[in-house]
Design a protein. Structure first.
Length: 143
């Protein structure tokens, strides 16, 4: 992550601390709808699971629960980028030359610890991970 992008992401995250509750709820609602539409349009798993649900009017509580087992069993259909294939990523991760590299130059694959009894592969897009890091940094600074 570039230093300028990190500071930009930190600044963006800090701005939410100064918004009133109604504005935060409005932004959350917009992002929730955008996320639902993205999932349905880009994941075969979610397209099938959410069939018949109005993405523009539903509440989070209206959506079926998705378990870690569901994700594991449907991994290739679950992800929203069709280039991502579970077996290919696991093979790529095993190659010594790929240590500390991003997959396809964009993704950060991580295996869960398996503390729930099921270990699986989680994959973050580089930009999402950068936002997570900036948000965590801001939380530490505010403590």
């Amino acid at each position: 992550m570039g230093l300028m992008r990190f500071f930009h992401n930190c600044y963006t995250a800090v701005q939410f601390n100064h918004l009133d509750k109604s504005r935060i709820l409005e932004i959350q609602k917009q992002r929730f709808r955008r996320l639902l539409h993205y999932a349905v349009n880009n994941s075969g798993f979610y397209k099938e699971l959410y069939r018949g649900i109005d993405m523009d009017k539903c509440h989070l509580s209206d959506l079926p629960v998705v378990t870690k087992s569901d994700m594991i069993e449907n991994w290739d259909r679950f992800v929203t980028d069709r280039r991502l294939k579970h077996r290919e990523i696991q093979n790529w991760r095993c190659a010594e030359k790929n240590n500390a590299k991003s997959y396809l130059g964009e993704f950060i694959p991580i295996n869960t610890s398996g503390s729930s009894g099921e270990q699986t592969l989680i994959i973050y897009h580089r930009k999402a991970m950068e936002m997570v890091q900036a948000s965590l940094f801001n939380r530490i600074q505010m403590s």
